[in-house]
Design a protein around this ligand. Sequence first.
Ligand SMILES: [Zn+2]
Length: 338
Amino acid sequence: MRLLSCCYLGAPIERQTGALTRAGLLLFFAGIIRRSAVLAAAVVLGTTAGRAETAALPVTEIASGIFVHNGVHEEASAANEDAIANIGFIIGDEAVAVIDPGGSFAEGGALRAAIRARTDQPIRYVILTHVHPDHIFGAAAFRDDHPDFVGHAKLPGALAQRGDYYVRRLHSALGDEASGTEIVVPTVLVSDRLDLDLGHRRLTLRAHGPAHTDNDLTIFDQKTRTLWLADLLFVDRIPVIDGSLVGWLKQLDELTAIPADRAVPGHGPVSVPWPAAAEPERRYLEAVAHDTRAAIRSGIGLATAYRQVANSERGNWLLFDDYHPRNVTASYKELEWE
Ligand SMILES: [Zn+2]
C-alpha cells in the first residue's frame, strides 16, 4: 500500500557534511563549548576522507535486538537538540527498523550512528509513530538509506496542516542546532495493520483511532513480545491530549489487553512492565474526563475549568503546569457536546 512518494530529494548530502564537520569541531573544542548530555556522552567513531563521522546516540538494549534512547524530560532546546522523546531501533537478521528517528536532523544522525556501531544491515524502515516533531523530525538523516518511511494513513494530512509551523518553531527553539531538519512525508501508509519482516523477526504495526493524536501507530515485536507504544503511553511526564480523551481511554482498554512482556513509552523509562505501567496514565485521563464533565455540568467556563479539574494529579507528573491547562481545554471542547 504505497500511496505517496517521498518529496524530499534536495540537499541532504551538503547538509549532512555540514553537520558532520560541525560535530567534529564541537568535539575538538569540547572543553569550551556547552553541549547537551546527549553529545557529551557521545563518541567520535572515526574519520573517513577527512570527515568526522557523527557521534552515536546513547541507547539501551531493552530486549534482544531492541535499542532505545531515553529522552530527557524537557522542552525542546538547542542544548538538548529536541532529544526529548524515547526513540530507537530494532535489528532483525536481514534489516533494521527505526522507530522514531528523533526530534531533529542532528538527533537522527546520532541515532543512525548508533545503528551503524552495531550492525551493517540495511535500514529498511523508518517508522514515524505520529506527527509530533520530537519523534519524527530526525527522518531526513535517513534519506540516503532509501528506507520506507512508514506512517499512519492520517499522518500526511497532519503534516500538511502543521508541518511548516512545527519546523519554524523548532528553528526558533534550536537555532543552528535545527539545521538540516525538514519534513519527510511517509512513503508507506498504515490504515489498519501492517506486518514488517526484518528477517526472522516480524513487527506488527497498528494504526489507532484518535487518542494522543489522530495518527498514532504502535509496534509489536513478536519475537520478544515488546509493545512499542510511543506517545500512547506517558510515564512520569504528563500525557498530552492532542487527539481525543475518550478515544485514548478506549485505545488503552484495547492496548492493555495485549499480553506483552514489556512496553516502550514515548516519554519515561525506556522499558516498563505491561500493562501495569498504563495505570497512572489511565488514572489521569479518567480524572480529567470525570472532572471536566462535572465542570461542564456546573456551568464553569472553559477558561477557568482547569483550576478544578484533576488537581489531585498535580504531584504525580513532571511538566504538569505546562500541559495540564491545555489538556483540560482540549477535553472541555471534546466533552462539551456529549
Ligand atoms: Zn507526541
